[in-house]
Design a protein around this ligand. Structure first.
Ligand SMILES: *Cc1c(COP(=O)(O)O)cnc(C)c1O
Length: 470
């Protein structure tokens, strides 16, 4: 295939995508593929000779499409949404066509300067104060890793990278057990070790960290000669939306001089709405905050917004400048590769620019507010339905429930059976989690084009299939 055919193919793909989105709601949300089906449909050896793109495209429809789970389906209520608004897809198309490597300012000044401006737009949208500066990471996992490395280096007086951990005191990091597994992996990769990730007990309906227990754990470690380095807090944890009392926990961390990172990967998007900001009240005292516009805000994967109160700490931890990466004559410029673990970076700011302009904050706020309102309505209906019980209350648009009709012997098995029946049915897609050991069903609304009717259809599907099982 040559570039002179690109226009025609590009137009065909664009028309295909528009048609796909017009009808995606009629497809079963979760793929019905059996394990190995796609693998077996793909030839075992690569082609020696070129094949016509018509054939490749036909095979895309025949082999790939049946194996797709439709994340852009309006009744995708599983995990968290991974939205891709049309304006974002267009920007991604342009970024793919330009394909610049945006590691340094000079490797595409527009990408760096656009990133600086977009991150400041997001900072204002979230009402974070000015000292915060941002970088776009590929994922929240990367942002958390960068923050953990920074807390380690700060606690070790910047000697971890040079001397290694064996020659240094034992570093300790604190979080509740409700944080995402990316925290555990950051701790492993940073060489801190899982045993030094101290789990602080949670309390209350928000399943948040107990600040007094946090302080007690820090004091006990200090008394034992260990080196407390940082605290990782969550706002909208993945299982149930668990949210730590941010102001109180940050105050404890500040008292002991610990670096703090707030993981708001999902719920951070909701903070563009002033009415939800009380849920992370005090967050301006954090050192590092991450949220994913690639979840709820409509900007497609990958686009993780990482805010830092003092970027110098992060740069001191991660920057390395061999001669071939120096930009002589432009040394004051930001090189965002010094703010992240990978060197190479895509032009991710472009899709933020397109989305923020194409929808405007007002429209985005209304969408998120609607998702949350409809989710509360569904919650109220399920709570009022005999045989069902709410397990955790709505945190933004996420709540968990359980089907527990009187006399049900094995409630875990019954709820697993219900979730399987729901997902085989195909009209909606839900996932499960465990709360205090019990199997529960999660519901979250957040797909960009979901409607109140879509959310209410979830009620019909859930109750209809539960009645068949009971
Ligand atoms: C989704 C999620 C993550 C992981 O996000 P990635 O961008 O996929 O790394 C981390 N923390 C929370 C709370 C999440 O919901």
């Amino acid at each position: 295939m040559k570039w002179n055919e690109f226009g025609a193919w590009g137009a065909q793909v664009a028309a295909w995508a528009q048609d796909y989105h017009a009808t995606v709601g009629e497809r079963p949300v979760r793929a019905r593929t059996r394990p190995g089906e796609v693998l077996n449909a793909l030839p075992e050896t690569p082609p020696e000779k070129p094949e016509p793109l018509e054939q490749v495209f036909e095979d895309f429809e025949r082999i790939v499409m049946p194996g797709i789970t439709h994340w852009q389906h309006p009744r995708f209520f599983a995990y968290f949404a991974a939205n891709a608004a049309p304006a974002s897809v267009l920007a991604e198309f342009l970024a793919a066509a330009l394909a610049p490597q945006c590691m340094l300012w000079q490797t595409s000044p527009a990408a760096t300067e656009m990133e600086t401006r977009m991150m400041d737009w997001l900072r204002q949208a979230l009402a974070l104060p000015e000292p915060f500066a941002g970088v776009i990471q590929d994922s929240a996992s990367s942002a958390t890793l960068a923050a953990v490395l920074t807390m380690r280096e700060k606690a070790l007086n910047w000697t971890g990278n040079t001397r290694g951990l064996a020659q240094n005191p034992q570093v300790r990091v604190y979080s509740s057990a409700e944080v995402h597994t990316s925290v555990d992996r950051a701790i492993w990769i940073a060489g801190i070790g899982q045993d030094n990730l101290v789990r602080i007990p949670i309390t209350g309906a928000w399943r948040g960290m107990d600040p007094q227990a946090l302080e007690a754990a820090i004091r006990a470690d200090l008394a034992a000669g260990l080196t407390p380095a940082g605290v990782i807090l969550c706002v909208g944890g993945t299982g149930t939306g668990a949210t730590d009392p941010i102001a109180d926990c940050l105050a404890v961390a500040a008292k002991y001089g610990l670096y703090t990172h707030v993981d708001a990967a999902w719920a951070g998007s909701a903070m563009i709405c002033p009415e939800y900001r009380h849920m992370w009240q005090g967050v301006e005292r954090a050192d590092s905050i991450v949220f994913n516009p690639h979840k709820w805000l409509g900007v497609q994967f990958d686009c993780s917004a990482h805010f830092l109160r003092e970027p110098d700490d992060l740069v001191k931890t991660l920057a390395i400048q061999p001669e071939y990466l120096k930009t002589h004559g432009a040394d004051g410029m930001i090189n965002y590769s010094e703010w992240s673990v990978p060197l190479g970076r895509r032009f991710r700011a472009l899709k933020l620019w397109f989305v923020l302009r194409a929808y405007g904050l007002e429209n985005l706020r209304r969408r998120l507010h609607n998702h949350i309102t409809w989710s509360h309505l569904l919650h109220d209906r399920i709570a009022a339905t005999p045989g069902f019980e709410i397990v955790t209350p709505p945190m933004w648009s996420l709540f968990t429930f359980r089907f527990a009709p009187p006399g049900a012997a094995d409630a875990d098995a019954l709820n697993l059976a219900l979730i399987n029946a729901i997902n085989d049915d195909g009209r909606i897609y839900l996932t499960q989690t465990r709360v205090d050991g019990a199997m529960v069903i999660r519901f979250q609304a957040g797909q960009f084009d979901t409607t109140e009717r879509d959310v209410m259809m979830a009620y019909d599907v859930i109750t209809e299939l539960a009645a068949q099982l009971a």
